[in-house]
Design a protein. Structure first.
Length: 230
């Protein structure tokens, strides 16, 4: 069972764990919720986690990675209690944000648009792994619809997730890339929050999902360039 596996004994390859530590003490009986988060939502959820803790006294431990990779770990008994995915492929309690895919470049003189992809005057184009990341699958779909996928296939470099994909372009290792709009604006595909069976009895898990629906979390979600679906 998920609840019998200690966090320290789990091997969560490719994830970065961040604990939001309580800054203030109080009479509230604090609890902890373990949350698996799609990589594109990293910065926003860290701030949400800090606000959640200040407001409720509960703490959140976040693990970040591509949606597909996190989902696979959940099916292998990783001890997560809430899952914030980057798509709607899994049953959801509510949709917490919407996402937009954009073509991004830091190359001087490169005009971005459909023509950029059709003329292919670049050596590398970055996308997230389409097998595990919804943004990567969406990028492939866009190129296929434009009829350029076969021509560009040999130029594609894949990031493990959307965060790494952005880094490829931001550092110049790829001239162009498909990234999340929120990464370049500081989405409509929808991103869903799921209460896992392991979190059904955890008040902190339920409180975190409730907090995501509130005005405080909404302010953060909008701040990082996401929409909010009621």
């Amino acid at each position: 069972m998920h609840t019998r596996i200690s966090w320290s004994k789990m091997t969560l390859a490719g994830l970065v764990s961040v604990t939001v530590i309580a800054a203030a003490s109080g009479a509230v009986r604090a609890a902890e919720v373990r949350v698996a988060v799609a990589a594109n939502f990293t910065d926003a959820v860290k701030e949400i986690g800090a606000r959640f803790q200040k407001s409720t006294g509960h703490s959140a431990v976040f693990s970040f990675g591509p949606t597909g990779g996190l989902y696979n770990q959940i099916t292998q008994a990783a001890p997560f209690e809430v899952f914030l995915s980057a798509d709607q492929a899994t049953p959801a309690i509510f949709t917490y944000a919407t996402g937009r895919l954009v073509l991004f470049s830091k190359t001087d003189g490169l005009t971005l648009g459909e023509a950029t992809l059709k003329n292919g005057k670049f050596t590398k184009i970055a996308i997230a792994n389409p097998k595990t990341a919804p943004y990567g699958a969406a990028a492939v779909e866009v190129m296929q619809k434009l009829g350029v996928y076969d021509a560009l296939k040999g130029k594609i470099v894949e990031g493990n997730n959307i965060a790494q994909t952005f880094q490829f372009v931001d550092t110049g290792n790829a001239e162009v890339g498909f990234v999340a709009f929120a990464q370049v604006a500081l989405k409509p595909g929808a991103q869903d929050a799921v209460l896992l069976k392991t979190g059904a009895g955890n008040e902190a898990a339920k409180a975190f999902l409730g907090f995501l629906k509130g005005l405080d979390a909404r302010a953060v979600i909008e701040k990082y360039g996401y929409g909010f679906v009621d």
